[in-house]
Design a protein around this ligand. Structure first.
Ligand code: AMP
Length: 281
């Protein structure tokens, strides 16, 4: 597997491959890789593409400094996992490669509604950082396909918006959430859960599944409140339990029985913040 730490070297390698007619698939990550990440990589490999994975823990998307400091960084294990699945290339940039000092890193991009609800509301500035890093990574890698996990539902929408508005020539594919057999959505943050929290964490999926099961046309606020109460009774500190339109992410209180909906949860167990979602209809 090729490992590039500098974008110019990476880009000249990419350009050579493109000249030979190869398609480039790209999976941006923050490392601490698990089956969820590998499912995205395998999808690209099965399509016969040259698969590039990036690992970069982007400081500008962390509104909470402690979360950034504690984010797991098992790079050697990650490299072994990537080699094991036959990934072609790891882009492992330094902060200087991503944010050279002569570039104005305060440049921002207005995302609008999506920036200020749910994750945006609870992690101020988060999506500005996401848009900034994804914009830079797409410039540095110039892939044909960008693979994103539905685990970060709102993030997928924000990145789709960025690509559309900036006319970035890349095709986005959103792939399903990989879960443990308990239902817990796989996440790099799960490795920071205590033994006790690991037992509780699957209750998030239980709450989501019950929202889907109990969904009926009419007012759905009570349904949300019940599941939020259930999680808080079980030791979570919920940031939100919400139901929204699956395509616009506008919050929904009254369901007409037809609109496509997604339920989204963000909840803290100790100092670990978990997010998950489930399309309901
Ligand atoms: P992260 O390293 O958490 O920034 O995630 C990198 C990419 O992997 C993002 O597109 C995530 O949505 C995706 N991802 C993370 N967890 C999962 C999962 N459990 N299933 C599918 N994709 C995932």
């Amino acid at each position: 597997m090729k490992i590039f730490k500098q974008s110019p070297e990476l880009l000249s390698w990419v350009n050579e491959l493109k000249k030979k007619g190869k398609k480039i698939g790209f999976v941006p990550t923050m490392g601490a890789l698990h089956e969820g990440h590998l499912s995205l990589i395998n999808h690209s490999l099965l399509k016969g593409e040259i698969c590039i994975v990036s690992i970069f823990i982007n400081p500008t998307q962390f509104n909470n400094k402690a979360d950034f400091v504690k984010y797991p960084r098992p790079v050697e294990e990650d490299i072994k996992l990537l080699e094991g699945v036959g990934c072609h290339c790891l882009y492992l940039p330094s902060e200087e490669d991503i944010y050279p000092s002569e570039i104005n890193t305060t440049l921002t991009y207005e995302i609008g509604y999506l920036e200020n609800i749910l994750e945006g509301e609870h992690r101020p500035g988060h999506f500005k950082g996401v848009v900034q890093i994804v914009g830079i990574l797409l410039q540095n890698v110039q892939p044909d396909f960008l693979y994103l996990g539905a685990k970060d539902y709102q993030q997928c929408m924000v990145i789709q918006e960025l690509v559309l508005r900036e006319k970035i020539p890349v095709t986005i594919e959103k792939l399903p959430i990989k879960r443990e057999s308990s239902g817990l959505a796989m996440s790099s943050r799960n490795m920071r859960l205590s033994t006790e929290s690991l037992v509780k964490a699957p209750l998030i999926y239980k709450a989501l599944a019950r929202l889907k099961l109990n969904l009926k046309a009419g007012n759905i606020n009570e349904l949300k409140k019940e599941e939020e109460h259930f999680l808080n009774q079980n030791g979570f500190r919920t940031d939100y339990v919400e139901i929204a339109d699956a395509t616009t992410l506008r919050l929904v209180s009254n369901w007409d029985g037809e609109q496509s909906l997604v339920a989204l949860v963000a909840a803290n167990l100790g100092d670990v913040r978990l997010i998950d979602n489930l399309v309901l209809s």
